[in-house]
Design a protein around this ligand. Structure first.
Ligand code: XMP
Length: 512
């Protein structure tokens, strides 16, 4: 078993970011629920524990707390934000609601570098997000850094190896936050940087085998990186027990079905079934223009088609999916408020009570670039690994408004031209994602001597590292000109091309 840093999850949207920062340092990290039993915690054999942040207040009744015995394991513990406050409270200090919430950037003044801030400047810009604060430290602790609003921004009890940070070192806005995490890993926990994605395969294969036993698994293959990597990984773990199912929902890009079948035949040894269900999806979507309703219908129909396939396969217990961490986090209502749900990603949202299948999601903790690394280690070809992400609801969320065959056909042709030109100009690999969107808006144009009155195609191209945030790509004028001219000339039904210059947030990458 690799040296492990356990991250106990108290519900912060950054919990997986902490785990990812650790993996980036070639140290294995596992996220466990905050209330995991000591048996489970000890079984992971951790060399250090991080208590994540979270939306709760330690001052409320029923606040999430870990088993207190984690503080008697004799290993270093680092509390971050909520994690710090619970450490303060559980170990005998005092926590109060702040007069002034501390949110966003602040200047951290380091009074004592110690091990946590070893090698760092005396002042750092850090990112905070908290409404409670420690007002009295537990016995044995010492304050080592403060901000204007927080006297105890970093505290430590070096004899017990307990450390606490009020700010979030894991987020990009915290200057040199990674260095603080590195100090915890290497100076305090004495980790060796000897883990890599190859080791992840070993661990994941074992976990899949343990979870699945001798049962059968079906996997929803989309042809994208995530599900292809999931298929290859699960195939390695349980081989013949896996059947992959590719649903052609009629919302695919040009020639996509053929390409997916080829990829599978060439690179993944397992079984593949193709369900052609385009007509069914389009019938159900007919006349529906609300984005969330579309997503729900696509999700539901997907389940129906799957259900049918599953039944035809006999006994199956698990449904495997290539769900990644950003899919999970954006499908969780923010602060428990369902209205704050950003989008119901169909591969997380409506699944799978009705199907009576257990979920197997071996990539759930990973970010896209980590999945690409994993795919490479599993021997998948570059053209799959470097493929842009494609949403489960496919072109269904890229034809704005009502879906019709004609609109889909216009979009498919335009999209194929855009992607072709991006590849030809070597821009494809520099982008996180690029695609066309069909706008149900008609505008007047002139072709030859004739007036046209046709639809608008919008080009969307973004850069991003994990889809949590994204910026529009500054594509060269000449490339945009070429794409625009080709679409207008070659695609009947489109007479205007526009370029989307919105970043995420406040916009999202997809339009619906
Ligand atoms: P948004 O539009 O929310 O997209 O900024 C973030 C990333 O997620 C992809 N996306 C999806 N992926 N099922 C998926 O598997 C979905 O329902 C879905 N919706 C959006 C999107 O393409 C982008 O990469």
């Amino acid at each position: 078993m690799p040296q492990t840093i356990l991250v106990l999850d108290f519900g912060s949207q950054y919990t997986q970011v902490i785990a990812r920062r650790i993996r980036e340092q070639n140290v294995y990290s596992q996220v466990l629920a905050y209330n995991s039993s000591m048996q489970v915690i000890k079984a992971a054999n951790p060399v250090g524990i991080i208590l994540s942040g979270g939306p709760a207040s330690v001052l409320t009744k029923g606040a999430p707390l870990p088993d207190k015995k984690i503080f008697s394991l004799g290993i270093p513990v680092l509390g971050i934000c909520y994690g710090l406050q619970l450490m303060g409270k559980e170990l005998g200090g005092d926590v109060k609601k702040c007069d002034r919430r501390e949110y966003g950037r602040s200047e951290l003044r380091i009074q004592k570098a110690g091990k946590l801030f070893k090698g760092l400047p005396k002042k750092l810009t850090v990112w905070n997000s908290h409404g409670d604060a420690i007002v009295k430290m537990p016995k044995g602790f010492q304050a080592v850094a403060c901000t204007e609003n927080s006297q105890f921004s970093a505290i430590e009890d070096t004899s017990k190896m307990f450390y606490g940070l009020q700010f979030h070192p894991e987020v990009e806005h915290s200057q040199l936050g990674v260095e603080v995490i590195k100090n915890f890993l290497f100076t305090i926990c004495k980790c060796k940087a000897d883990w890599d994605m190859g080791d992840f395969i070993e661990t994941a294969v074992q976990q899949i085998r343990d979870q699945v036993g001798n049962k059968r698994v079906i996997l929803g293959l989309s042809g994208g990186v995530d599900s292809s990597v999931a298929a290859a990984l699960i195939d390695r773990a349980i081989g013949k027990q896996l059947t992959s199912i590719f649903v052609d929902n009629g919302l695919l890009r040009l020639n996509e079905r053929e390409e997916v079948i080829k990829l599978f035949n060439d690179h993944i040894p397992g079984k593949l079934r193709v369900a052609k269900a385009g007509k069914l999806f389009l019938n159900k979507l007919s006349g529906v223009s609300d984005p969330e309703r579309k997503r729900k219908i696509i999700g539901k129909t997907f389940i129906q088609v799957f259900d049918k396939e599953v039944k035809s396969l006999g006994e199956v217990d698990f449904l495997a999916q290539g769900t990644l961490y950003p899919d999970v986090i954006e499908s969780v209502p923010i602060g428990g408020n369902p209205a704050a749900l950003i989008k119901s990603h169909h591969n997380v949202g409506g699944l799978p009570q009705k199907m009576k299948l257990k979920l197997l999601e071996p990539l759930r903790e990973l970010f896209k670039d980590e999945v690409r690394l994993l795919g490479k280690k599993l021997g998948l070809p570059d053209y799959v690994i470097n493929r842009h992400p494609f949403p489960g609801p496919g072109l269904g969320v890229r034809v704005i408004g009502d879906l019709t065959n004609k609109r889909l056909s216009i979009l498919k042709q335009a999209d194929a031209i855009f992607i072709h030109e991006l590849r030809r100009s070597n821009w494809y690999g520099k982008l996180w994602q690029a695609f066309c969107v069909f706008l149900p808006v008609r505008s007047v144009g002139v072709m030859g001597d004739e007036r046209t009155y046709e639809n608008v195609i919008c080009l969307r191209a973004v850069t991003s590292s994990d889809a949590m945030t994204a910026d529009w790509a500054k594509l060269p004028d000449a490339l945009l000109r070429k794409v625009s001219s080709r679409i207008i000339n070659e695609v009947k039904g489109a007479n205007r091309v526009v370029y989307d210059v919105s970043s995420k947030p406040p916009s999202t990458i997809e339009w619906e």
